[in-house]
Design a protein around this ligand. Structure first.
Ligand code: HXC
Length: 256
């Protein structure tokens, strides 16, 4: 049973990038279960189509659209799709990300650039396109998915940590720039989330057999819905860690 009322997100049109799997799918499900019309986007057509079908079977209004958030043309096509389908966008969740464990010396220039391009540039691209197309003039909410990396060196995560630091900065700056327009911008920093591709990769590389505490995608979705809904209507420029104070610990495990 949800901690929120069933109509918390009713009438809202919500875009979730990377909404086909893991945390993004959890957010899409939760938003839909609380009345939102959900659009999920990702590079992987078969994945998002299958997820959209699964959500529709649960009674959720869900559309999918293929998009590479690194490519601004692809992002504007996504916005056109949303405009044609719903005529508006109320909430953007910048969730799509790329990651793999590698020490700095193992990262090629292209490997570093690829993750920064997906995570940071992708977040900028979709935020800007959403602002231009839908949010400007009538307000809205953006929630960026970041990581609990701030203030620490993070083993095997130079690429992702740099990108997430950029996202944190972008979150605060967009919040200030867009405050007069009624657009709130916040971020959620999940720690270890069970049954996701990212946690699987990092846990295997950094933690090995050591027991870890994981939350579920639904726990992350609860924080995202707080920020995206009217419950958080006076909250902007904030980064909320949702890791039960374990995220930093997990990623500071000494590596061999
Ligand atoms: C070193 C690697 C590597 C690895 C890829 N590369 N995997 N380098 N170790 N394990 C290098 C490649 O060799 C290449 O460099 C460059 O990265 C780009 O790789 P491509 O495969 O061409 O890129 P692409 O097809 O665009 O795929 C992007 C990707 C991929 C990030 C590499 O893994 C992906 O699409 N991931 C999406 C899903 C995902 O990662 N989800 C987890 C997010 S979790 P060269 O020099 O050879 O050309 C998350 C949580 C973070 O973000 C916080 C946790 C707490």
């Amino acid at each position: 049973m949800s901690i929120y009322s069933a109509d918390l997100m009713a009438t809202k049109v919500v875009l979730i990038t990377g909404g086909g799997t893991g945390i993004g799918k959890g957010i899409a499900c939760a938003m839909g279960e609380h009345g939102a019309k959900v659009v999920i986007a990702s590079r992987k057509k078969e994945v998002i189509e299958a997820t959209a079908a699964e959500l529709r079977e649960q009674g959720i209004e869900c559309e999918s659209c293929v998009c590479d958030i690194r490519d601004y043309v692809s992002v504007t096509a996504l916005m056109s799709f949303i405009m044609q389908t719903y005529g508006r966008l109320d909430v953007l969740v910048n969730n799509a990300a790329g990651n793999f464990p590698a020490s700095v010396d193992q990262l090629s220039a292209n490997a570093f650039r690829t993750v920064v391009d997906i995570d940071l540039n992708g977040t900028f691209n979709v935020s800007k396109a959403a602002f231009e197309a839908f949010l400007k003039g009538k307000g809205g909410a953006v929630v960026n998915i970041t990581a609990p990396f701030e203030g620490w060196g993070v083993a095997y995560q130079a690429h992702a940590a740099a990108a997430k630091a950029g996202i944190d900065s972008l979150t605060r700056t967009c919040a200030v720039d867009w405050q007069p327009l009624g657009i709130r911008v916040n971020a959620v920093a999940p720690g270890s989330v069970s049954a996701t591709e990212g946690t699987g990769r990092l846990t295997e590389a950094l933690v090995g057999d050591r027991p870890t505490i994981s939350c579920s995608p639904a726990d992350i979705a609860n924080a995202v819905m707080f920020l995206a809904s009217d419950a958080g209507r006076f909250v902007s420029g904030e980064i909320i860690r949702v890791d039960s104070a374990t995220g930093v610990d997990l990623l500071r495990i000494p590596v061999h």
